[in-house]
Design a protein around this ligand. Structure first.
Ligand SMILES: CC(=O)N[C@H]1[C@@H](OP(=O)(O)OP(=O)(O)OC[C@H]2O[C@@H](n3ccc(=O)[nH]c3=O)[C@H](O)[C@@H]2O)O[C@H](CO)[C@@H](O)[C@@H]1O[C@H](C)C(=O)N[C@@H](C)C(=O)N[C@H](CCC(=O)O)C(=O)O
Ligand SMILES: Nc1ncnc2c1ncn2[C@@H]1O[C@H](COP(=O)(O)OP(=O)(O)OP(=O)(O)O)[C@@H](O)[C@H]1O
Ligand SMILES: N[C@H](CCC[C@H](N)C(=O)O)C(=O)O
Ligand SMILES: [Mg+2]
Length: 485
């Protein structure tokens, strides 16, 4: 791949230049460690480091041009230096031009909100493949270029990886791409330069306050995604969430609403539900789906609304909806021979725990006990820890607090932060076991036929991250081993 630097620079506002801009660039990078000879290096100020400190390293590795925000004191001969106002948002714009402006060739739909992004983006991808289109997906679990799986580390990749992926999707003939837009991605302009055909808002509850500091900043990061949608795009929003209308206050996109409770463009209600699935009424038509939980009705309704906004007939969409299956690690049930139901779910926020547990309780109707196994991630929002413990205790008969990716923190200290949210009475329901495997085993041994064991927090993850190392760990595997199936 190759492109002339001056063509690339048309996408950004240049403050100052030295060196030749009529020269070929063979790659673009924001991480000096990945630079190849012939690359353009973009220096970005980050949260841990300042990319400007690595300009020299990038040049040593063969970068022929540098885009930066602060003018470097030393300049290497033969290298072109370009100063821009905001290099963080320049990366996305440069990358999108470099990778052939993918969103001019395919329709990109973004999903944002605290919970439900992976579910909605994946279901839309599955649905549009059922309709016979080639599609792409960027999600927490895995990225896809039609049927080719591309592993991921992020919910929304960095702007260069993202544009490279979208570029490959366009080259492969994908007509649609569905992606999760995390709040980090909006705040860090990972999506700068992309033209979205539509946006979907799920809900907003507490998460990531370690990064955004206040709930308002977190909300505004999500809102900025809708502020940036172009005219002619659609914005599908959940009016059951108190921030649903705030999200679309300043958008130029056509706003469509969905709700399980209030008047809205798209409405749904539950007619019947069991651990096998639900029968729904969607805008006056009945449909059966193998999904569980009111929050999934909301997710399915968002999928339905977006598909209709994308021009599909309502009838076709309902038929396709009935063929969809749950996403890996999202309310997956595993039954033991003795009749214990284990559920693996990715609930890792207080709100998600409440939702999953209230669904379990609604279906169980006190015919059995609920035993919850959960933890909280290390080097993430500390404030959510005691609340997660409280919600688990409030909505379960017994709780085992354990580890969930301690990362660089002491596992026992994270558990202590969770326990600090509980009073003496609440503590009677709780035990803590640092080793997650032991915790799951203990929960399954405690359970009697008819009981439910909820194993929350890791969902699709197949690792336990400790001190920078990802050790293989899979909740499903452990449960099956204990159940002997
Ligand atoms: C806190 C955070 O979001 N960090 C992300 C951010 O990094 P940063 O800007 O802080 O980078 P930095 O380490 O300070 O470095 C600054 C710059 O110097 C460069 N550098 C650094 C070192 C070096 O030797 N050479 C070099 O050039 C870096 O490449 C970077 O360009 O931008 C990077 C590129 O986009 C991300 O990889 C990185 O994700 C870190 C690893 C991370 O863990 N992020 C998580 C919290 C995250 O983004 N999560 C969200 C949402 C999760 C969800 O709810 O689903 C996600 O979208 O995944
Ligand atoms: N609409 C919803 N409202 C509340 N909770 C939900 C909703 N959809 C899913 N959940 C819960 O949140 C968990 C995560 O769901 P999902 O992976 O779809 O969300 P996400 O927004 O992609 O999360 P992440 O921020 O980690 O990418 C699920 O396992 C479930 O417990
Ligand atoms: N995308 C979220 C996922 C959290 C999942 C949970 N298992 C944890 O590790 O905290 C994050 O990185 O905060
Ligand atoms: Mg996700």
């Amino acid at each position: 791949m190759m492109m002339e630097l001056d063509i690339l620079l048309k996408s950004v506002s240049v403050v100052r230049v030295t060196g030749d801009t009529v020269r070929n660039i063979t790659g673009i990078n924001m991480d000096s460690r990945l630079v190849q000879p012939g690359d353009l290096f973009v220096a970005v100020k980050g949260t841990q480091a300042d990319g400007h400190a690595y300009i020299g390293k990038a040049v040593e590795k063969g970068a022929v041009a540098v885009v930066c925000e602060a003018w470097p004191e030393v300049q290497a001969e033969g290298v072109t230096y370009v100063q821009v106002k905001d290099s963080e948002s320049a990366v996305g714009r440069l990358a999108t031009v470099f990778y052939g402006d993918p969103t001019s060739k395919l329709q990109l739909i973004g999903v944002t909100g605290t919970n439900g992004k992976t579910t909605i983006a994946t279901l839309l991808y599955n649905m549009f493949r059922v309709f016979g289109y080639k599609c792409g997906l960027c999600s927490t679990v895995c990225n896809y270029i039609d049927d080719e799986a591309v592993p991921t580390e992020h919910t929304t990749p960095d702007p260069i990886t993202l544009n490279r992926l979208l570029g490959r999707m366009a080259d492969e003939g994908c007509k649609y791409a569905f992606m999760e837009v995390s709040s980090h991605a909006v705040a860090q302009h990972r999506i700068a330069g992309l033209k979205f055909a539509g946006g979907i808002f799920t809900n907003l509850t507490r998460d990531h306050l370690d990064y955004h500091k206040t709930f308002e900043n977190y909300r505004d990061a999500k809102k900025a995604f809708f502020d940036g949608l172009p005219k002619g795009a659609f914005a599908v929003t959940n009016v059951d969430d108190r921030n649903g209308m705030i999200m679309v206050q300043n958008t130029k996109a056509v706003v469509k609403t969905y709700s399980l409770r209030a008047a809205a463009d798209f409405k749904a209600k539950v007619l019947e539900e069991s651990f096998e699935g639900m029968c729904l009424d969607v805008n006056g038509k009945e449909v059966s789906v193998p999904f569980i939980g009111r929050f999934n009705v909301s997710n399915l309704l968002a999928v339905y609304a977006a598909a209709v906004c994308m021009g599909r007939g309502a009838e076709d969409v309902l038929v396709a909806l009935s063929t969809l299956r749950p996403v890996n690690g999202r309310f997956e049930t595993i039954r033991s021979k003795e009749g214990v139901t284990a559920i693996v779910d990715y609930a890792h926020t207080p709100d998600a725990l409440v939702n999953v547990l209230s669904t379990v309780n609604e279906i169980l109707k006190r015919r059995g006990e609920v035993i919850t196994v959960c933890g909280a991630g290390g080097n993430r929002d500390k404030g959510k820890r005691p609340i997660m413990a409280q919600e688990a205790v409030k909505n379960s008969d017994r709780v085992i607090i354990t580890s969930d990716n301690p990362r660089f923190e002491e596992p026992q200290e994270i558990i202590n932060d969770m326990l600090a949210g509980l009073d003496k009475e609440e503590m009677r329901k709780v035990i803590s076991i640092v080793d997650r495997k032991e915790a799951i085993r203990t929960a399954c041994m405690m359970a009697r036929p008819g009981d439910v064991v909820l194993v929350a927090g890791k969902g699709h993850e197949d690792y336990q991250e400790v001190k920078g190392v990802k050790h293989h760990f899979d909740d499903h595997e452990v449960i099956k081993e204990v159940f002997g199936i």
